[in-house]
Unconditional design. Structure first.
Length: 141
């Protein structure tokens, strides 16, 4: 997979877009951390997402999932990079296992080793998720 080339100002723009999403946090009164995410698509558009807590817990949407759904809704589904921020400064806001899988599925189609940008470090998906599943493309009918 090819690593995307990102200018520092593009990474900053993406982090600002993720930070702006933090203002949209809503948790039904439950005290949880708010996460913001923003994706940069292969068409150079930016789409944001914020986590959405569900009282059922299993229906909670992660900020990364919402950002990906946002770009899908604009028919611009393939991404080069994702920035993630959080109001919780005690831990780096790297994607969870489920979100790493979603990023991998996106990368499989785009061919890009997605840059995952936090305020303190930039990772590539292959570093965060070195042995993705499945290890072969999905079968097509
Ligand atoms: Zn997640």
């Amino acid at each position: 997979m090819q690593r995307p080339t990102l200018e520092p100002q593009t990474a900053e723009r993406l982090l600002r877009a993720a930070d702006e999403m933090l203002e949209q946090g809503f948790s039904f009164g439950v005290e949880i951390a708010t996460y913001g995410a923003a994706v940069l698509t292969t068409n150079q558009a930016i789409y944001g997402g914020v986590n959405r807590f569900s009282p059922s817990h299993s229906l909670t949407l992660h900020a990364e999932q919402v950002a990906l759904a946002h770009c899908f809704a604009h028919a611009d589904p393939l991404i080069l990079a994702m920035a993630i921020t959080s109001v919780d400064q005690s831990a780096q806001p790297v994607p969870c296992g489920i979100c790493r899988q979603l990023l991998f599925e996106n990368a499989r189609f785009s061919g890009y080793d997605i840059a995952v940008i936090t305020k303190s470090q930039t990772y590539y998906l292959s570093e965060l998720y070195p042995h993705p599943w499945p290890d072969r493309p999905p079968k097509r009918d």
